[in-house]
Design a binder for this molecule. Structure first.
Ligand code: CS2
Length: 481
């Protein structure tokens, strides 16, 4: 018996005309000199810091060399386009497209030699970071966890001089040592990860690593590096194949690295730039003396609601932020959490009612598919910034903190149900989940913060019982409309 093979491609069809690849030859734009080095080349860097730099009035003087984290892919794709990419601003009324040219060099993060050379160059004035919250390797006490396996491995490598470090912190410290050796002078490290006091966190993490390697280097970093704190905001869902096709249709070129973002964008910064900075204020960045109220507003209200929706929504069978928010049970939990957070945010200047109303609109965007799975990752690190401070602040005021405790209970239910957990503490969480009911809740709370189970602190035993009583709140299926 013979089988007739038919080609999947219809030979009668016209061959598809391939759109030209986006490059600087196709879209002529000069390369600015590298003055910013970025660690963590991902979608958010491209929709936020690189976009702000592109919009700055003095953009021609400020090129970015951006390094990936674990994988080289994003650097390879961007390098093929000479660093150019498209920002798709996705509004309810439609998409708008802008080609961004501030990234002038896209490098595989493993190329630590190139990183050191660029950081050591006198022209480099700024190092920006989006390395994820978990990469700061903070222990529950807020200092660098030197016993974390990858931190310990990097410290051993640095001490022996036998190879290049693999963690972002290790690479950064290695590169700062090169700057010190070159006598290239002071610079600013600008943390753009969603952490409370992120400049201080970055400082403690970098100095913690440096001190364990070379006390002289640590002293040099203290004297020559300004750690700038920032609050960063722009919802940036993962890019899909449909987005690549939409760019091709609208712009007439092939861009393998476009990024989709909401129209809203916000950047608040606090700190010194000893070697200068771009005019980011031209794109709306704001420079303040005291960043704490802004960062708490963003971390608690936006990111806190995101994490609550990620766990509650997933347990209720939802996939995106907009779907979860449309579920009355999830929406009610968000509003209650916001009430608790708002009660602990200072003054009318922050205009919380308007901020909350804007968040409802941003989260409800029907055209942005922001996946809960993307937000659910690294929950143990995120909840320390998003749920624990509100819970402790509420208890310090004599209230139960139930709205924040509900986020923690939902995270626990999610972590027990998840087939695979993406979290720096995944094995500790799995071990805790194997314990019996009350022991399990206590052990999980302890991973978030020892304060939550310390009988002498505001929390104490009642927090364990409170969280335990809230478990299972979202485990039923969503009620169909
Ligand atoms: C989100 C953030 O994934 C997450 O944890 O909460 O990435 C959020 O979308 C951004 O901070 C928005 O600015």
């Amino acid at each position: 018996m013979s089988i007739e093979l038919t080609s999947a491609v219809n030979p009668e069809r016209e061959p598809a005309v391939e759109a030209p690849r986006l490059t600087r030859r196709l879209r002529p734009s000069a390369k600015a000199p590298v003055r910013i080095v970025h660690l963590g080349l991902g979608a958010f860097h491209r929709s936020h810091q690189a976009w702000y730099t592109h919009q700055a009035g003095d953009a021609a003087e400020w090129g970015i060399a951006a390094f990936t984290g674990r994988r080289p892919d994003a650097a390879l794709a961007l390098a093929e386009q000479d660093g150019l990419y498209t920002v798709v601003e996705r509004a309810d009324g439609g998409d708008s497209f802008a080609t961004v040219s501030s990234i002038v060099e896209a490098v595989d993060g493993a190329d630590v030699g190139r990183l050191a050379a660029l950081v050591a160059a006198p022209a480099t004035a700024i190092i920006t970071l989006t390395i994820t919250e978990a990469a700061y390797r903070l222990g529950a006490d807020g200092s660098l966890d030197r016993s974390a396996a990858d931190v310990a491995a990097d410290l051993a490598l640095l001490a022996s001089g036998s190879g290049h470090p693999a963690t972002p912190l290790g690479r950064l410290v290695f590169a700062l040592a090169a700057r010190r050796a070159a006598g290239a002078g002071p610079l600013a490290v600008v943390c753009c990860d969603n952490l409370a006091h992120n400049g201080t966190v970055a400082r403690n993490a970098v100095l913690g690593m440096a001190r364990a390697w070379d006390a002289g280097l640590a002293a040099w970093i203290e004297a020559n590096t300004s750690f700038v704190s920032t609050s960063v905001d722009r919802i940036t869902p993962r890019t899909t194949g449909a987005d690549v096709a939409a760019v091709e249709a609208a712009c007439g070129y092939r861009d393998n690295s476009p990024v989709v973002a909401e129209p809203f964008h916000n950047w608040v910064l606090s700190g010194d730039f000893p070697a200068g900075r771009p005019r980011w204020e031209d794109a709306g960045a704001v420079f303040v003396a005291d960043i704490e109220p802004y960062e708490n507003r963003k971390l608690w209200l936006l990111n806190g609601a995101h994490s609550l929706l990620a766990y509650a929504g997933a347990l209720r069978g939802h996939t995106t932020v907009a779907q979860a928010l449309a579920d009355p049970l999830c929406r009610d939990a968000v509003e209650r959490f916001w009430d608790a957070a708002e009660a602990n945010l200072p003054g009318p200047d922050l205009d919380i009612p308007a901020y909350r109303a804007a968040l409802i609109e941003r989260f409800s965007s029907a055209r942005i598919a922001h996946h809960l799975a993307q937000i659910a990752m690294d929950g143990s690190t995120k909840l320390r910034m998003r749920a624990v401070p509100v819970l402790l602040a509420e208890r310090a005021r004599g209230r139960s903190g139930a709205a924040a405790a509900l986020m923690i209970a939902a995270w626990m239910d999610f972590s027990a149900a998840a087939a695979e957990l993406h979290d720096p503490l995944a094995s500790e969480i799995a071990a805790a989940n194997a314990l019996s009911a009350a022991g399990r809740t206590r052990a999980l709370l302890e991973l978030l913060s020892p304060e939550l189970v310390d009988p002498a602190a505001a929390g104490g035993g009642p927090v364990v019982e409170l969280v335990e009583s809230l478990r299972g709140t979202f485990s039923g299926p969503a009620v169909p409309e």
